[in-house]
Design a protein around this ligand. Structure first.
Ligand code: FMN
Length: 125
């Protein structure tokens, strides 16, 4: 998994929000690729990312809404965690594709999925 990650130019990650953060399966994958001397190292000046130059696309669904200004915004430990861990690896080119509110009924869900599909189409172009 580490070799596959290091060899990739673009990494696409499926990340539903589970309990305000990432699923344990995604956390387990991150724990496998967080290897000192491969994706980061500690120097006298502090930590240094070794896996820069990649583009990461996070495709994320959530039952509710956690965007800026929403009452639950402070409970979003998913995007902040992913940005932090990839920055630690030296990767700051992250794009989030979102479908939010998928648990709030068919109408909200369909609208969210349509918006996310549109975002994917624009990104692919
Ligand atoms: C175990 C579990 C925990 C969840 N926790 C949250 C949560 O904290 N906030 C939220 O908005 N949605 C939450 N959801 C809803 C999911 O984010 C949403 O349904 C997502 O689309 C599930 O994707 P999946 O079917 O690929 O697992 C949770 C769903 C599951 C199964």
């Amino acid at each position: 998994m580490l070799d596959e990650f290091l060899a990739a130019d673009i990494v696409v990650i499926g990340a539903p929000m589970y309990n305000f953060s990432v699923p344990s399966q995604l956390k387990a994958w991150i724990d496998r690729i967080a290897v000192a001397g491969k994706t980061f190292r500690y120097t006298a000046e502090g930590p240094q990312g070794l896996a820069g130059g990649k583009k990461v696309v996070v495709v994320s669904s959530r039952g509710g809404f956690y965007g800026p200004g929403m009452p639950a915004a402070t409970l979003d430990h998913q995007e902040s965690y992913l940005r932090a861990v990839f920055a630690f690896f030296g990767i700051t080119d992250l794009t989030f594709v979102r479908a939010e509110g998928v648990a709030l009924g068919a109408e909200v869900r369909d609208k969210a999925l349509d918006a996310a599909r549109g975002q994917v189409t624009r990104l692919a172009a």
